[in-house]
Structures are given as structure tokens and as C-alpha cells.
Design a protein around this ligand. Structure first.
Ligand code: 4VN
Length: 328
């Protein structure tokens, strides 16, 4: 019995911060940010935490499908900015939406989080043990950014998105056609956030502990992405026994428009088939792929039940990277 994507949704905080707004406290310019990244503005939280963003997205997903939260068997939230180390953000979402029958957990694979979480959820669905699963990607990057560092503060935004996986009544193919997931922890220093040293009464440090913000080796990440992402795109297409022309859309993590252009060139899939929203969202980490997927469905560019094939590809901290081909 196959399972499919039956609903999608997203939520971004209402405050829009333009590049111009950032120049009030950072030595930067709209021209530089837009030319180098493709970003014009981003949504920034004024107090909503990751579970609030994820819950708002979840409510929209359920509303569109017209089902109650009690019907959900599991909630997986991909995030690198959880409200707390415990409880998981997924448990907070459960409580906020009233999904009282669900089991809930977070997955942290940074910007690849949604792809890794969708893979996890797909394997739960494949087991046949569960009927309905919510997969969410949500990050409040604004709480880990160093707002005095112009090289990173201009890149990120806040937001959440997700989808509902459901078993159908009739026999059908699964909506996941292939996956290709990778990590390389040896290169973890390329992107870190909130790294924590051991601090307890039995291990006293002489100096006071600094605050650890997001730190990124931009060049290093760029090199990694341009070496690894074209390969995972080609490999996942091969694993699905498809040709590049069978892919209607590539929904890549919205990290940098120049980088997406370079990936498109290298894999020889026209840039016109790379979905984009980075101009208005910035890099929303685990939120980026599901937000864009939902926007494409809302605009009618991608249709549920169309049998179209869409390639999702994520990459970022860990290092982590990977791709999934879904059919709608
Ligand atoms: C994947 C990527 C990035 C990323 C890295 C560097 C970067 C985005 C550095 C050079 C700068 C323009 C901006 Cl590729 C971040 C993540 C984390 O989600 C994942 N932009 N830039 C320039 O042109 O000088």
C-alpha cells in the first residue's frame, strides 16, 4: 500500500526585514547582499520560537487536508534551533496543535534537516505501522546569529514548512522514489552554532564562557557544496532510474542564488527548473525546502496528484547533504 503527500503548509513571522534595514546597524549594502546572495528581505521572529513557527505550519497543513490533529501518528521536526534541548520541538508542536495520539521527535541535520526527516518519516510509513505522519522543517536562525557579523547576519531568515504523509486506501506507488543521504563530521568546523563546552562544578574553567553564535567558513561551505551537491543530484536520479528530463523541479536548499546557478550549470539541469524564493525568505535552514515546496503548490506551479517528479536537495552544517525524489 503506497503512501503519498496529501497536504503541505508553511509559516513565516510577519516582520519583514529588508537589506536596507540591516544597513542601519551593519556595514553592508542592499547591492552587495542582493548581488552576492540573491536575498532582498527575510522574515524575522519578534518572539515566536521554533515550536511556534512549526505549529503554525502544522495547523495550516491539517486545515488544508481537513483532518484533526488527533489523527496524526507521528510528528518529526527537523531543526537546529530547538526551543530547548528537552523537550523536543516536536513534543511542543504536539501540545500546541493537540496531536494527542502522535509520537514525536526532532532530527538535527542543519540545513539538510528536512530531507533527512522526510527520509526517516518515509521509512516509518513504508513499515506499514503508521497511517499519517507530519514532517516539519523549522528554524529560528535569528536567535543563533551573531547580529554584529555582517558575513553571516545578512544570510538567514526565520520560518517553517512541512507536509503530511498518508497511506491511501488503494494500492499505489510510494511518493518517495529514491534517496541519497550523506554526512562528513570530519569537516564539522565549517558551520557551528551554540557549541557548548562542559560546564559543571567538577570541571571549573578559569575564564568565563563566551557566547557561541553561528560561525561559518563561507568559502569552505561553498567548495563543499559545489563538489558534493551536483553528485548527490545525479546519483539520486540514477537510483530512481530516471533521466534529468523526468525531473519537473529541483527544490534546493535556498542558501545562495549564485551557488544554485553553479549547481544548475554543473548538473546541466536548466536554472529555470530550479525553484527559488531566497529573495524574500533568505536562508531558513531546515525550513527552506518545505516552505518553497508549499509556495510552489500554492501558486499552482507544482500540483498534488500530478505524478510530477520533484527533486529535493539539502546541504549544510554537519557537514550533511542529501537528495530525495518525490512524486506528487
Ligand atoms: C550552504 C551554503 C551557505 C552559504 C555559504 C556561504 C555564503 C551561503 C559566502 C560568500 C559571500 C556570499 C555568501 Cl552554500 C550556507 C549554508 C547554511 O545554510 C548552506 N552563502 N556566502 C560572498 O559572495 O562573498
Amino acid at each position: 500500500m503506497g503512501f503519498k503527500i496529501t497536504s503541505t503548509g508553511h509559516y513565516v513571522p510577519s516582520l519583514v526585514v529588508t537589506n536596507e534595514d540591516l544597513t542601519e546597524f551593519l556595514d553592508t549594502s542592499d547591492e552587495w547582499i542582493h548581488k552576492r546572495t540573491g536575498i532582498s528581505e527575510r522574515h524575522i521572529s519578534t518572539g515566536e520560537n521554533t515550536s511556534d513557527l512549526a505549529s503554525a505550519a502544522a495547523k495550516k497543513i491539517l486545515e488544508k487536508r481537513g483532518i484533526s490533529a488527533s489523527e496524526i501518528d507521528f510528528i518529526i521536526v527537523a531543526t537546529m534551533t530547538p526551543d530547548a534541548s528537552s523537550p523536543s520541538t516536536a513534543c511542543l508542536v504536539q501540545s500546541k496543535i493537540g496531536a494527542d495520539q502522535a509520537f514525536c521527535m526532532d532530527i538535527n541535520a542543519a540545513c539538510s534537516g528536512f530531507v533527512f526527516a522526510l527520509s526517516t518519516a518515509a521509512h516509518y510509513m513504508k513499515s506499514g505501522l503508521y497511517q499519517k505522519g507530519l514532517v516539519l522543517g523549522a528554524d529560528t536562525m535569528s536567535k543563533v546569529i551573531n547580529w554584529e557579523d555582517r558575513s553571516t547576519a545578512v544570510l538567514f531568515g526565520d520560518g517553517a514548512g512541512g507536509l503530511l504523509l498518508e497511506h491511501g486506501d488503494e494500492d499505489g506507488e510510494d511518493c518517495i522514489l529514491a534517496e541519497d543521504l550523506h554526512s562528513d563530521g570530519v569537516r564539522y568546523l565549517a558551520l557551528t552554532a551554540n557549541q557548548k563546552d562542559v560546564q559543571n562544578p567538577f570541571h571549573a574553567k578559569e575564564e568565563s564562557q563566551p557566547t557561541y553564535h553561528l560561525e561559518m567558513d563561507g568559502r569552505g561551505i561553498f567548495d563543499f557544496v559545489i563538489r558534493s551537491v551536483p553528485k548527490t543530484i545525479e546519483d539520486v536520479i540514477k537510483k530512481a532510474n530516471l533521466e534529468k528530463n523526468d525531473i519537473s523541479w529541483v527544490i534546493a536548499h535556498q542558501a545562495n542564488i549564485r551557488l544554485l546557478e553553479a549547481i544548475s550549470k554543473k548538473v546541466k539541469i536548466p536554472f529555470s527548473r530550479f525553484a527559488r524564493n531566497i529573495a524574500t525568505t533568505g536562508n531558513t535552514s531546515a525550513g527552506s525546502i518545505p516552505i518553497l515546496l508549499d509556495q510552489m503548490i500554492e501558486s499552482g506551479e507544482i500540483k498534488l496528484d500530478s505524478k510530477e517528479k520533484v527533486l529535493l536537495t539539502g546541504f549544510g552544517g554537519g557537514l550533511t547533504w542529501g537528495s530525495i525524489i518525490i512524486t506528487l
